[in-house]
Design a protein around this ligand. Sequence first.
Ligand code: CA
Length: 160
Amino acid sequence: MYPRPPLRPFVTLRALIPALALSLAAGCVDTNPTEPIANEPNVPSTLRGRAVNVLGTVSVTNKNVTFNVWDSGQIDGDIISLNVNGDWVLENYTLGATKRAISVTLPSRGYSYVVLYAHNEGSLPPNTAALSINDGAREQNLVLSANLQTNGAYNLRVTP
Ligand SMILES: [Ca+2]
């Protein structure tokens, strides 16, 4: 009888598995290839028929973030909606002095955006919302301003 051939294909596969696991753990392999990733700022130029004014870019280190929104100045009845990456995460909300928390999951890396849409300007134009974004490591404070012609927006950049 001939000797059995060596089981090289199995040995090779078994040797590859730890390397594959290691590269997954190191984030070298995209574990969710269907997730939309924007490598450049992706704020739409208009939203609900109004131009979008980008006020800045904020970097966060975690895709799971919590926004807090409130009126840090005189409470004058400003009503807002917030849009994150095309989804309305808050609608027709009247700003008060206390913070309203909204938890959002962003794509795991790359650019996202948040847009402030003003339903009115309150008794003291324009519509101003204090907005903070907490990624678990730190809380960053922003001021969003919008009027009845223009939406205010920030780029959000997830850098894990
Ligand atoms: Ca106002």
